[in-house]
Design a protein around this ligand. Structure first.
Ligand code: SF4
Length: 424
């Protein structure tokens, strides 16, 4: 991991909606956007609440029509997270959203041709200390009619880069936009330069980070459904963040935006850029040794832990006791399943041997008990790890599953020498 790049810092929000700081040494924030119509007030409020509960630090709403900005007057008093108004084409929507009390504006100056209109938005934001994100998405910076001409004009700027043409256009456009803001001495800015192409995203943000010190909003636009969009998004965002670039992120899926929040947070957790809230779940991929329905169990455990556990307890769900102990290394709580049963360990100590149907509830109880002990100062996260000597799974000593089925679990933790009669 590279140290975070130094950027300017912006802060926005209020007592009711909370405050968010972006840039400088502030934690990388996670944002998302509502998928429904803003003018459907109750549904919009419900969606914002759902995304806030999932951990979104700020939520963006689209305001394409006047009825959307009018709805903000009712939405804002009923939500408790900073709200960003997403403005395209109509500068009036930005002015109305500012009047309604939004906390940040997302603007693409490229689709507001009249710069005097952009300046009106800048002045209104300046007066109320509202920051603006300037977005230069690949799809919106190139006018179709003059695309060929622009490519010809700018093609040589980054000749050693296969994405050079687009990159050059992005940088040039960004500089044009920034001139408008700098002319008004407005610097409460966040910059984004999104593309559908992950490699271009990496190139664009790396280039921008060397040229400007404004905080950067990372994202891959139109990444697709979660199933494929996750890879498309996480690869460039993870690369940039690991190299110290990026101050706020939005993962975009053609799915319920709650997944954008969950995956954005998980990305920051695994990179160590945010302190995890809630349990960390490890699970084995299963193999031919599996004797419980581990896929279903893992999903059930994930949901229950999200509902009940607040501390970053490391929980392992392992399909068997063959490789499980090694793979669950470092877990505070672990379940090793086998032969329709499961044995549960808490920091290396066996606490239960239950039937498959009881595994879920008992595991959650043990996690909750452990969390309570940590909260009372009687235990520490990561203090002891799961230490189990695995039995010989195949050789003369017989199957570990047999031992679990017989309730003979003490032998499982006994120091039985590992003897493998054929390769695993
Ligand atoms: S823990 Fe057991 S069931 Fe799961 S992948 Fe490893 S060997 Fe297979």
């Amino acid at each position: 991991m590279q140290p975070r790049r130094k950027t300017r810092q912006i802060k926005f929000g209020d007592d009711q909606h909370g405050y968010v700081t972006i840039g400088g040494n502030a934690p990388v924030s996670v944002q998302t956007m509502t998928a429904g119509y803003t003018y459907e007030i109750d549904k919009c409020i419900a969606e914002i609440h759902k995304l806030t509960a999932a951990g979104a630090d700020l939520v963006r709403v689209a305001v394409p029509e006047k009825k959307d900005t009018e709805a903000l007057n009712q939405i804002l008093p009923q939500v408790n997270v900073p709200i960003v108004a997403d403005v395209h084409f109509h500068f009036q929507r930005a002015l109305e959203a500012i009047e309604a009390g939004v906390h940040k504006i997302r603007l693409n100056p490229g689709n507001i041709q009249d710069h005097t209109q952009v300046k009106k938005v800048i002045d209104a934001c300046k007066e109320r200390h509202i920051p603006i994100r300037i977005g230069v998405n690949e799809g919106s910076i190139i006018e179709r009619r003059d695309k060929k001409k622009r490519l010809k004009e700018l093609g040589g700027v980054f000749s050693d880069n296969k994405h050079g043409h687009f990159l050059a256009i992005m940088i040039t456009k960004l500089e044009e936009y920034l001139d408008i803001f700098q002319e008004r001495d407005f610097h409460d800015l966040v910059i984004s330069a999104k593309s559908i192409d992950p490699v271009l995203v990496i190139n664009a943000y790396e280039e921008i980070s060397t040229r400007f010190d404004y905080p950067l909003h990372l994202g891959v636009t139109h990444a697709g459904p979660k199933e494929t969009g996750a890879i498309r998004s996480v690869v460039p965002l993870g690369h940039l963040l690991a190299n110290g670039i990026g101050d706020t992120i939005r993962i975009s899926y053609a799915n319920d935006p709650i997944y954008e929040v969950e995956d954005g947070l998980e990305l920051l957790y695994v990179l160590g850029l945010r302190q995890r809230v809630g349990a960390e779940l490890i699970a084995c991929p299963t193999c031919g040794r599996i004797q419980v329905d581990l896929f279903t169990l893992t999903q059930q455990v994930r949901k229950k832990l999200a509902e009940h556990i607040k501390l970053p307890i490391k929980v392992a769900v392992m399909g068997c006791i063959v490789n499980g102990p090694g793979e669950a290394e470092g877990a505070d709580v672990a379940i090793f399943a086998g032969d329709r049963r499961g044995i549960i360990y808490v920091q290396g100590e066996k606490v239960a041997n239950v039937s498959e149907g009881e595994i879920l509830d008992r595991l959650v109880v043990e996690c909750k008990n452990f969390e309570d002990r940590v909260n009372r100062g009687e235990a520490m996260l990561g203090e002891k790890v799961v230490e189990i000597q695995p039995p010989d799974p195949i050789g003369d000593l017989g199957s570990g599953f047999d031992k679990i089925a017989a309730g003979d679990v003490e032998q499982i933790s006994a120091p039985i020498p590992l003897k493998i009669s054929k390769p695993l």
